[in-house]
Design a protein around this ligand. Structure first.
Ligand SMILES: [Zn+2]
Ligand SMILES: [Zn+2]
Length: 341
């Protein structure tokens, strides 16, 4: 079942990396490069060219800085305010650069701001024992843990140092830009306090990573909060968005193309996770470790490059089954085993 068959993508033009496309007098679609298989991010410049509010910024890389500098000059754009949807490097990476070099304001949710400051502060530190225990309990091998240790702190390396102060935005807050009201709508599960922005008047919804047309966002667990239940948070957020958004809203996602069919997509995402939970429950008729259920949850091959994400996502679904009273876990010789309750 391909989501592409069911959603509509009404905007024909897709801006090339480093360039932009004017959707209407209030919204400009900017694309910036990412050095991964997911090779782009969409950013949204709202308002008039001489007074723009930028929603999300791009990853802090030389390529992005060069592209931004060229774009601001060639299109004669002036960015005065920066808002980010959440703390991931592709979204927040350049925020500090804009504040420093363009004297912009900087707004985001409190939880994501604090968590981002905390995670970037880890860069250069030793890996905490809690994290090694966490991945050992999940069933990772010594070689895999070694490879994790080598990459520890990478997060901070692709984010420009964050400003030491920010403006807090929270669920329901209205930001008026160029006479248009944008309402912050909080989502959970991908990060702790992800903000999306809905303009009733324009019938447009800047969704960040909370609602994407073709890929399902990462919903998983990290060593800082091993007992978290982000899958339930994510499913609840999908239901919430169905109640907030009209079906004919134009969704402006961070990855992929603007689309129509918000409710269809949200229902498909809910379904996707519920089906995964059911399959996972069935697989737990025999005790399994987190690393034993990858084939139940993922179609793609899991290797060193996506092992941490996959482990986090499988733990997320296992925790959800535990919280629903459907599974138990026990620790034997430092490794967690899960089975049906
Ligand atoms: Zn994200
Ligand atoms: Zn993203």
């Amino acid at each position: 079942m391909s989501a592409d068959n069911r959603l509509e993508f009404p905007i024909e033009t897709v801006p090339k990396s480093g360039s932009s496309y004017v959707i209407n007098e209030h919204v400009r679609w900017v694309r910036m490069p990412l050095p991964m298989s997911l090779n782009h991010i969409n950013l949204w410049a709202l308002g008039s060219n001489d007074n723009l509010t930028l929603v999300d910024t791009g990853m802090h890389l030389d390529d992005t800085k060069t592209a931004w500098t060229a774009l601001l000059t060639s299109e004669n754009l002036s960015i005065n305010d920066v808002i980010v949807t959440h703390m991931h490097p592709d979204h927040i990476g350049m925020a500090g650069w804009f504040v420093k070099n363009h004297k912009t304001s900087f707004s985001m949710s409190r939880t994501d701001y604090l968590q981002c400051r905390m995670l970037s502060a880890d860069t250069g530190d030793d890996v905490p024992n809690d994290a090694i225990d966490f991945y050992t309990q999940a069933g990772m091998t010594l070689a895999q843990i070694d490879s994790y240790i080598k990459r520890f702190g990478f997060f901070g390396s692709i984010i420009h140092p964050l400003p030491h102060s920010y403006n807090r935005l929270k669920d329901g807050d209205i930001t008026t830009i160029n006479g248009m009201e944008w309402q912050a709508v909080e989502g959970r599960g991908h990060t702790m306090e992800h903000l999306c922005f809905f303009s009733k008047e324009l019938n447009m919804f800047i969704s960040g990573d909370q609602l994407l047309p073709t890929i399902s966002s990462h919903v998983g667990i990290f060593p800082t909060e091993p007992e978290a239940n982000p899958v339930e948070d994510w499913i609840a957020s999908c239901h919430k968005l169905i109640s907030v958004l009209p079906e004919d809203v134009l969704v402006l996602p961070a990855h992929g193309r603007p689309f129509l069919g918000a409710h269809k997509r949200l229902n498909a995402l809910i379904q996707h996770h519920e089906v995964s939970l059911q399959k996972l429950y069935d697989a737990l008729s025999e005790p399994k470790r987190s690393v034993d259920v990858f084939n139940v949850l993922f179609k793609r091959e899991i290797d060193d490059s996506n092992l941490i994400m996959a482990t986090g996502e499988s733990l997320g679904h296992l925790n959800c089954l535990i919280k629903r009273g459907l599974a138990n876990k026990h620790i034997a010789e430092g490794v967690c085993w899960y089975e049906q309750a």
